[in-house]
Every structure is written in structure tokens, then in C-alpha cells.
Design a protein around this ligand. Structure first.
Ligand SMILES: Cc1ncc(COP(=O)(O)O)c(C=O)c1O
Length: 465
């Protein structure tokens, strides 16, 4: 009988590492400046992507080269003129940490040794960065999971035992602004309340949650015996960057005894920038806070953190007693405080970014991207061919190009033309029923000159649609 080859026999470590560094270095160099267009995949490689499961060992070098070409022809938020949705920077520090994290493949589901110390330190650093008194928390796969984690804890606090009994027909509600991210609705569905129990509170002229409407909704629910589970304030909405009035919401939450969660997945890091911090006053009073490090803290997906100002609620929501692993009392394991089971050390990317660049630099980078939004808004206001649809509260700007005919259709086509062109990447959106162009500055590689370039490209293409 032939012996099974060891994995090492199929890969030349030194050679492949050398090639990997070359591919990485090419990728990083390609992020330094915008490209004239997005490359397309060539015929042969396109053909290989349709092939079935390889049953025999293949050539590692050729396979690595294929990966590099596929990724190079994919949309990457690391490019300086990627300004769609809410991207990141893809900091080099995150690549290094990600590679090491994959190499060691530590699992934080169970007691994992020193990596837990590092993860806890990273959670404390994020709290310190944004001024949040963190007492408990976890790194998760994204804002969706962080919001879901917080709302699961809030549900167990408002309806003790609901994790075992379900909500058993009890009427309960969650409150958020009408501009909040859909992950809040999804979380409310997943925790069994149903999205009909979501009270979408109207917003004011700054697109922030109206306190009078929030109080009315809470009072109406209290009168009819509906249990308020949580108020979700958004610190930086996805559509326009609006920030809900956090201090006032904290006052209402203490008056009504309701859990306050802040969804700062996008905007939260700006609370750590002295110029922007006053807009986040009250963030420290939230029971829980979501921050996505894979957005404005510049590191790769997936890396989000959910923080709580008190220890206890996460354990009450998630601790369990299955015998295939030891639990609190016998041994403390991550799974007793988290939604996920197997969990990589996502925090490494952010930890290394803080170590290499320092908090001060990160604050300045975030500030600079928010300044780009102001620069773009000013240029749009000065240009009669454009209409600015809101004052940018953070780094998102929604606007439309003006022309004769159907403006919605024109701007939709313009957004498509911009993405097809490939020099700039942006997304269309809808603000108050108006179809518009939406630009979001998140990338620390974007410079002031790129803002001008972005507008020039849009103007140039507007002539062609
Ligand atoms: C405000 C807000 N909350 C939550 C999310 C969901 O985050 P993720 O995509 O990391 O799950 C987003 C994503 O853009 C967001 O902007």
C-alpha cells in the first residue's frame, strides 16, 4: 500500500512564500493610485473558472497566479477611488495579521490561551478610541452580527427567560430611526420579535431620530402593555451618515428603563476624532455599541466589535451547558458569551493596525476622509450642473447630476456608466424618492486630489449618457 503524501510534499514553502510576497506587493502597488479601468479576465482563465472539481494535485504556482488575476479583476474597496457603499482601506497591517491568524487558525470558541488576552486588549482599545466604557464585548463577523448579538442580550434582559420559552406571544418592540440599517430589522426578525414589532421613528431635517416621536411611541406601547426591548440609535446612517441624538436618546432610555444600543458600524470610529466627537455626545451612555473595524478603522473583512458597558448580559443570553465542552464555573469558554461558535481571532488585524499606525494617525485619517465629503459637497454646491441632497454629517455625500428629461433615469444611467468606466466606483441610491449618486469616503488612501478627479470623471461621463 502506498503511503499518503504529507501536505508539505505538494508545496514548496519557500518558493510559494516568495511568490506570495510578489503578488501582495503587486496588489499593494495597484492600490496606490486609481486605475484607468478595471481589468477583465482573459479567455483561458475564464474557461478554467467553469471547470469541475480538481481530483488530482495541481500546480501551486499557477493556482496562486490565477487567484491573483481573479482578485485583480474584482471590485476592491482598497482602491482610492472606490467610493461605493461603505468600504474600508484594506490596510497593509491587516493583511499581515490576517496571514498570521490564518497560519495559526486559533479558535476563540474555547479557551485559546494568549490570543484571548490580545482580543480583550483590542476590545479595550476600541472603547478607549471612541470613548466608550467597555466592560464586556466580542469581535464578530460584521455589523449585522454585532447588532444581533446586542439585541439578543437586550431581549433576554427585557424578557427574562425568552431564550428558553420564546417570547410566547408577549408583545414587545424595538425602536430605531426610519433611516437605520436593515440589519436592525433582520436582527429583530431573528430574535423572534418579528419586524412588525420594529417602530421606525420618523426623522427630523438632519435625518436624525425625532425624540418627541420616540417618546410618543414608547408611551403608547407602555399604555398598551407592549414591552420595549431596545432603542437602537444609529451613529452614522448608511444612506446619509446621519447621527441620532445620542444623549437625548440616553435620557429617554433611562426614563423608560430601556436598553440603548448604538449602531456605530459605520460612523462610530468618528467619535474618536476630536473635531467630530461632539456629534457623538452620549455614546458612552449606551448599554451596547457596534463598531465595524472593517469599515472606518481601515482593516479587512471581517472585523466588527460589539461592546457592552456592563458584564453579564452576554452570558445571560448565550451561556449554555452542553457536555462536549466545559463551561463557566469549570472553564470559561468564548461560546458562553458569543453568538458564534468557531471564531477566528479577527481582532488581530485591528490590534496590529493600532500598534503599527497608532491611534493618533487613525484619528487623522478618519478626519481627512470626512473632510473629503465637505470638499466634494462644496464643489457640488458651486457647480450648477449638480444638486447636493443633504449636508454631509460624516463621509457620505448624496447628490444628483442635473440634465433635461427624467432625472432619476439619468442619474441611474450615470451611476452605471461610472462603474462600467472603472476609474471611479460608486453606487446609486435613493434619498426621499430621488435617485441619486452616493459617494462614501472611507479609504485612507484617498487624497484631496482624488476628490477633484472623481467629480471630473462624473462630469465627463454625464455628457455621454
Ligand atoms: C449602520 C450600519 N449598520 C450595520 C451594517 C451591517 O454591517 P456588516 O455589513 O458589517 O454586517 C452596516 C453596513 O454597511 C451599516 O452601515
Amino acid at each position: 500500500m502506498s503511503t499518503l503524501p504529507h501536505p508539505l510534499e505538494l508545496i514548496d514553502r519557500e518558493r510559494i512564500l516568495q511568490l506570495l510576497t510578489e503578488h501582495l506587493s503587486d496588489a499593494w502597488a495597484s492600490f496606490d493610485r486609481p486605475r484607468p479601468q478595471e481589468p477583465q479576465l482573459a479567455g483561458e482563465l475564464l474557461q478554467r473558472l467553469t471547470e469541475g472539481l480538481p481530483s488530482a494535485p495541481g500546480d501551486p504556482e499557477a493556482s496562486l497566479a490565477d487567484i491573483a488575476r481573479v482578485l485583480d479583476a474584482s471590485v476592491s474597496p482598497s482602491r482610492p477611488l472606490y467610493s461605493a457603499y461603505i468600504g474600508s482601506t484594506g490596510l497593509e497591517a491587516g493583511v499581515l495579521a490576517g496571514a498570521l491568524a490564518n497560519a495559526y487558525d486559533v479558535n476563540l470558541a474555547a479557551a485559546a490561551g494568549a490570543a484571548e488576552l490580545l482580543e480583550n486588549q483590542a476590545i479595550r482599545w476600541v472603547g478607549e478610541f471612541v470613548g466608550y466604557p467597555v466592560a464586556d464585548g466580542a469581535f464578530t463577523s460584521g455589523g449585522m452580527t454585532s447588532n444581533l448579538t446586542a439585541l439578543t442580550a437586550a431581549r433576554e434582559q427585557a424578557l427574562p427567560g425568552s431564550r428558553y420559552e420564546g417570547i410566547s406571544g408577549r408583545a414587545a418592540a424595538v425602536y430605531c430611526s426610519e433611516e437605520s440599517h436593515h440589519s436592525v430589522a433582520r436582527a429583530v426578525e431573528v430574535i423572534g420579535l418579528g419586524s412588525r414589532s420594529l417602530r421606525r421613528i420618523p426623522t427630523d431635517e438632519y435625518r436624525s431620530m425625532r425624540i418627541d416621536a420616540l417618546t410618543d411611541a414608547l408611551a403608547a406601547d407602555r399604555r398598551t402593555g407592549v414591552v420595549p426591548v431596545a432603542v437602537v440609535a444609529t451613529a452614522g446612517t448608511t444612506l446619509t451618515g446621519a447621527i441620532d441624538p445620542l444623549a437625548k436618546i440616553a435620557d429617554v432610555c433611562s426614563e423608560y428603563g430601556v436598553w440603548m444600543h448604538v449602531d456605530g458600524a459605520y460612523g462610530g470610529p468618528a467619535a474618536g476624532v476630536p473635531r467630530l466627537a461632539p456629534r457623538f455626545t452620549g455614546i458612552d451612555r449606551a448599554d451596547s455599541l457596534t463598531i465595524d473595524a472593517h469599515k472606518w478603522l481601515g482593516v479587512q473583512k471581517s472585523c466588527s466589535v460589539v461592546m457592552l458597558s456592563r458584564p453579564g448580559p452576554l452570558e445571560r443570553a448565550f451561556a449554555h451547558d452542553e457536555r462536549y465542552m466545559l463551561h463557566a464555573g469549570v472553564a470559561a469558554n468564548g461560546v458562553d458569551r458569543t453568538l458564534e461558535y468557531s471564531r477566528p481571532v479577527r481582532s488581530l488585524k485591528l490590534w496590529l493596525a493600532f500598534r503599527i499606525y497608532g491611534a493618533e494617525m487613525m484619528r487623522r485619517w478618519i478626519d481627512a476622509t470626512a473632510q473629503h465629503a465637505q470638499t466634494l459637497a462644496a464643489a457640488l454646491v458651486a457647480n450648477p450642473r449638480f444638486e447636493l441632497l443633504h449636508e454631509p454629517a460624516l463621509s457620505v455625500v448624496c447628490f444628483r447630476h442635473l440634465s433635461d428629461g427624467d432625472l432619476d433615469e439619468h442619474n441611474l444611467q450615470l451611476a452605471r456608466a461610472v462603474c462600467d468606466d472603472g476609474r471611479v466606483y460608486l453606487a446609486p441610491a435613493q434619498v426621499d424618492g430621488i435617485t441619486c449618486l452616493r459617494v462614501c469616503f472611507m479609504n485612507f488612501r484617498t487624497g484631496a486630489d482624488h476628490v477633484r478627479e472623481l467629480l471630473d470623471v462624473i462630469e465627463e461621463l454625464a455628457e455621454t449618457v
